[in-house]
Design a protein around this ligand. Structure first.
Ligand SMILES: NC(=O)c1ccc[n+]([C@@H]2O[C@H](COP(=O)([O-])OP(=O)(O)OC[C@H]3O[C@@H](n4cnc5c(N)ncnc54)[C@H](O)[C@@H]3O)[C@@H](O)[C@H]2O)c1
Ligand SMILES: O=c1ccn([C@@H]2O[C@H](COP(=O)(O)OP(=O)(O)O[C@H]3O[C@H](CO)[C@H](O)[C@H](O)[C@H]3O)[C@@H](O)[C@H]2O)c(=O)[nH]1
Length: 330
């Protein structure tokens, strides 16, 4: 089966490509390298550099390759930036998905697995969060992802394009061999920032608020290993082929860790000091986000293997300590 991975040069996309190839899929990567890295793309994948919003380019790829399914990671995904530049998010995320769906319809491609997010829920009423919870995004980023989910729904109704939307919680860690890992510029995610501090690349880590209604006052999140997360994408493709039915799933580890707890785990793993200071709350951060991933486990048969947060930190550390400058490391 030939799968097109949109955004396959990015952090999560490159891990998915690696795992799809190891499972025997033929993979076509489409990426404009806006935030991705060519070096992250598996050598056995066929790489097409270009923008998913460029319909002529997309048509040329889809006419060359007999694509049967799409895994769609490409997006702009900085929550804070999206509040300041909402149109950038609607253009890249929503319009990019519009062109993708138009081309899928034209070339009769029936399956798409899509990166959605916990940000579609906004401030949750109940923890753990079920897929049936209210979706009230607090940022244009979350809103764009919810709009993309709705586009998929209506394209199923009208054209029979079947989709699985995977709502990720906090993705972290790296491929176990650490040949690929997380390299964002600017970096906004907690785990890489903690580890860059351990490497001495940052003076300290700023904890965004310690006055939340949580046991130590810092925000609680549900960290899911990138390898487990990508396994779920392969199961989602198999589910689409077997059941020809659209669906939505949460992907998390179902256990919450506070920012302070994560820094302590990193201190144990790295045996470094990791200075921290308490800063202001970051706008739009819910106090607690923890998923119920039971539906993915029951329906997709997802069995995450690396749920221990120490393993997540160890694999991330293996990547960061061997690639201190990310893909620019020699
Ligand atoms: N990292 C997380 O914790 C997290 C959580 C929830 C959801 N997500 C979603 O998962 C997906 C992947 O996240 P990531 O952390 O790997 O991000 P990333 O920025 O590393 O990867 C995105 C990739 O898409 C490419 N891209 C962006 N716009 C494009 C376009 N118009 N045309 C072609 N390529 C384009 C980028 O160059 C990059 O390689 C995103 O959709 C993101 O919103 C991530
Ligand atoms: O320097 C930092 C960076 C982060 N944090 C805190 O660490 C926690 C995790 O922050 P991340 O930025 O790593 O992750 P988010 O929970 O904000 O965001 C993640 O989940 C979102 C959904 O809520 C989006 O999907 C987003 O793409 C994804 O990275 C938050 O409480 C944040 O305030 C700090 O204290 N200091």
């Amino acid at each position: 089966m030939i799968i097109a991975v949109l955004g396959g040069a990015g952090y999560i996309g490159s891990h998915a490509v690696d795992q799809l190839i190891k499972k025997g899929y033929e993979v076509v990567v489409i990426d404009n390298l806006l935030t991705g890295h060519k070096e992250a793309v598996h050598e056995k994948a066929r790489f097409y550099e270009g923008d998913i919003r460029d319909k002529v380019f997309m048509q040329s790829v889809f006419s060359k390759e007999k694509i049967e399914g799409v895994v769609h990671f490409s997006a702009s995904s900085l929550v804070g930036e999206s509040v300041e530049q909402p149109l950038k998010y609607f253009n890249n995320n929503v319009y990019g998905t519009q062109i993708t769906l138009e081309v899928m319809k034209e070339f009769d491609v029936k399956y798409i697995v899509f990166s959605s997010t916990a940000a579609t829920y906004g401030e949750p009423e109940d923890i753990p969060i079920l897929e049936t919870a209210k979706t009230l995004p607090k940022s244009p980023y979350g809103e764009s992802k919810l709009m993309m989910e709705k586009m998929l729904y209506w394209c199923d109704v009208a054209y029979g394009i079947k989709s699985v939307a995977l709502r990720y919680f906090n993705v972290a860690g790296a491929q176990l061999e650490a040949k690929i890992g997380e390299d964002h510029t600017p970096e906004s995610h907690l785990v890489p920032i903690i580890l860059q501090t351990a490497l001495g690349q940052r003076k300290e880590i700023t904890v965004f608020g310690d006055d939340y209604d949580t046991p130590d006052g810092t925000c609680i999140r549900d960290y899911v290993h990138v390898v487990d997360l990508c396994d779920a994408h392969i199961l989602a493709l198999e589910y689409l082929k077997a059941h020809n039915q659209s669906n939505v799933f949460n992907l998390g580890s179902s256990e919450g860790f506070s920012v302070k707890e994560m820094i302590d785990v990193a201190r144990q793993v790295t045996e470094k000091e990791i200075p921290e200071k308490i800063g202001e709350r970051r706008a739009g951060d819910p106090a607690v986000l923890v998923a119920s991933s039971e539906k993915a486990q029951k329906v997709l048969g997802w069995q995450p293997q690396h749920t221990n947060v120490k393993t997540i930190m160890e694999t991330a550390w293996k990547w960061h300590s061997t690639h201190p400058k990310g893909y620019d490391s020699k």
